[in-house]
Write a protein that binds this ligand. Structure first.
Ligand SMILES: [Zn+2]
Ligand SMILES: [Zn+2]
Length: 237
């Protein structure tokens, strides 16, 4: 239910608690999530992109483009400047309203492609429970919930869990990230009807975390048919 706030009260609230753009820190009109300048500064990515070679895939299906079995990667924008600030805001500063904004943007732009993957479930990358407790939410779960709602695809939070707490990937050099997440996840419960899944994450940097999630899901007999992330921090696109 949406609560209607009379204009004068709204104006008083805005005066008392001015809205700040999570991308740049400038004052915002209360109805906006991000300022126009930040949205214009995003480097949107084309796709789908091949998970192996990070080249553009010609078809929306998993067509081999580099001679290997590939996986289509749907990425919204590059992880830099105001996009990087926005992700830090939604992850560490509790700016949760950015999540439906990004989820709807992804669903609007990539909806038909994502539906074309014919997944039974969206599977968010899990956080360790202690980290989720400290943060109050798992941003990848909330993101998956909103994308799933927009595209009428079911979401499952119980298939995979983070069984071991590891060091935060972003604080490690790229060379250490793969070893850090090895064995970090385990399978909890796979409903019988679920065969094809899409992994949902907030940011992809080295790709080590989603690779390990994919390995864990695949070894349990599931087929990973795609990966969705808001931001991509790789240097090779
Ligand atoms: Zn801004
Ligand atoms: Zn490729």
């Amino acid at each position: 239910m949406e609560i209607r706030v009379p204009g004068i009260i709204r104006a008083a609230l805005d005066f008392a608690f001015p809205q700040i753009c999570p991308g740049c820190g400038e004052y915002l009109d209360s109805k906006d999530i991000l300022c126009e300048r930040c949205v214009r500064s995003f480097s949107f990515l084309n796709g789908p992109i091949c998970f192996n070679c990070r080249g553009l895939l010609k078809a929306s299906t998993a067509t081999p483009c580099c001679g290997k079995d590939t996986l289509p990667l749907i990425l919204y924008a590059e992880y830099r400047t105001s996009m990087q600030e926005s992700i830090v805001s939604l992850k560490f500063r509790g700016v949760k309203k950015l999540i439906p904004y990004f989820a709807n943007s992804i669903a609007n732009k990539w909806g038909e492609t994502i539906k074309g993957f014919k997944a039974d479930r969206l599977v968010p990358v899990p956080l360790h429970t202690s980290r989720e407790f400290a943060r109050g939410y798992n941003q990848s779960e909330v993101l998956a919930d909103h994308i799933g709602e927009a595209l009428a695809i079911d979401v499952n939070h119980e298939i995979i869990i983070r069984s071991r707490k590891r060091r935060v990937q972003s604080k490690l050099p790229m060379s250490k990230r793969k070893a850090n997440v090895r064995g970090a996840f385990s399978i909890e419960e796979i409903p019988e009807t679920v065969k094809r899944v899409i992994i949902v994450d907030d940011v992809i940097t080295s790709g080590a975390t989603v690779t390990e999630v994919k390995r864990t899901l695949t070894s349990a007999g599931l087929t990973v048919v795609g990966i969705i992330a808001v931001a991509y921090a790789g240097s090779d696109i």
